[in-house]
Design a protein around this ligand. Structure first.
Ligand SMILES: CSC[C@@H](O)[C@@H](O)C(=O)COP(=O)(O)O
Length: 349
């Protein structure tokens, strides 16, 4: 498969299109985004999901929400841009790439002096730059990540940090794609990742489409595949890494990390620098999204999975404590503990 065939967010002509990931793997359907509400709902309902892809959607989303502004007053245009950003930033709380991308767009706009049409052009160009940089950054993470792996290794994944979650390649799946080009023959075990099934619906789909050997397991099977000796490394993405190296990722990730430590298996977290939040000192300070309980009981299945009216608790992410992370792979290189100190050094690179 050519990875360019799977693009979660794209601009075709003057249309912003989002691949509706809630329909995958059954249907590949693009939705056109024409308003800020379309973009907000697409992010909230996880039609576009994965931290970097959410950042890309936010960038283009800001642009499409403002391009029909028909005034000529730049200050008023800026105010509107801040209003739209304040709205979009609330679509989901955990992945820092959402606020990171919006802040970056607004900073460019605030520094700009010229016409409103020039400001619109600048916003589009900045959104496009965020997308292109993400693609390059994923490629670099893939190259660094591959240096940690050997041909034939067994790999465990959790959630989807693949091409569907980024501009291209993915973060933690990028080394698998680059390894595939070199005939590394990895054997991948993909956790299904309840409740939204990103592992089953998305990771298993994109890896198998690429011809990579992938076996789908339920989340509660991670321990047995580790015990069987089938896993040589765990590769996961990240939604927000605190300054001390604690990393929030899809619910269940911290359990996988604890298991990996128990079995002596390296646990690698792939974190573009756009996902590091230096303003958040530690994992406990990261807001964990709580989602609708219907995801647990009915949403992804044809029949109900639980009694009507059952109480639910549905946190969408958890924080893996830095002590369980063997290394953090970024586009600027691989970072080892002590994270507090070594993540800071990345800022100078
Ligand atoms: C490169 S994507 C990294 C993370 O965003 C990913 O692992 C993840 O947890 C996605 O969660 P989701 O709820 O599907 O947006």
């Amino acid at each position: 498969m050519n990875l360019s065939e799977i693009v979660p967010v794209k601009f075709t002509g003057d249309k912003m299109l989002v691949l509706d990931q809630t329909k995958l793997p059954g249907e590949q359907k693009y939705l056109e985004m024409t308003t800020k509400e379309d973009v907000f709902v697409a992010i909230k309902k996880m039609k576009v999901r994965g931290a970097p892809a959410i950042g890309v959607a936010a960038g283009y989303g800001l642009y499409i929400s403002l391009r029909d502004y028909d005034g000529t007053n730049l200050n008023e245009f800026r105010e509107k841009a801040h209003e739209v950003a304040d709205y979009l930033v609330n679509a989901r709380p955990t992945a820092v790439n959402l606020s990171w991308a919006l802040k970056r767009m607004l900073a460019r706009l605030d520094d700009f002096h010229g016409s409103v049409s020039g400001a619109k052009k600048l916003l589009f160009e900045e959104a496009d730059r965020i997308r292109k940089e993400d693609e390059q950054s994923c490629r670099k993470m893939g190259e660094y990540g591959l240096t940690l792996l050997k041909p034939g290794m067994g790999i465990l994944t959790h959630c989807n940090a693949g091409t569907l979650a980024t501009a291209k390649y993915g973060t933690s799946l990028a080394p698998l794609y680059l390894g595939q080009e070199k005939n590394y023959r990895f054997r991948v075990f993909a956790d299904e990742t309840r409740p939204a099934l990103q592992g089953a619906r998305l990771t298993a789909w994109e890896l198998s489409k690429a011809g990579i050997d992938v076996t789908l397991i339920c989340d509660d099977m991670a321990s047995i595949v580790m015990k069987n000796g089938w896993i040589d490394a765990v590769l996961v993405g990240c939604d927000r890494m605190a300054a001390n190296g604690d990393g929030a990722n899809k619910i269940g990730t911290s359990g996988v990390a604890i298991l990996a430590k128990e079995y002596g298996i390296p646990f690698y977290m792939f974190v573009p620098t756009s996902t590091i939040d230096y303003d958040t000192p530690k994992g406990d300070d990261i807001e964990i999204e709580l989602r609708d309980g219907r995801e647990i009981c009915e949403m992804w299945y044809k029949t109900r999975m639980a009694p009507v009216g059952i109480k639910t608790y549905n946190p969408s992410f958890d924080v893996t404590s830095a002590e369980y992370i063997t290394a953090v792979v970024t586009e600027k290189g691989i970072v080892y503990p002590p994270y507090e100190e070594n993540l800071q050094k990345l800022r100078e690179k």
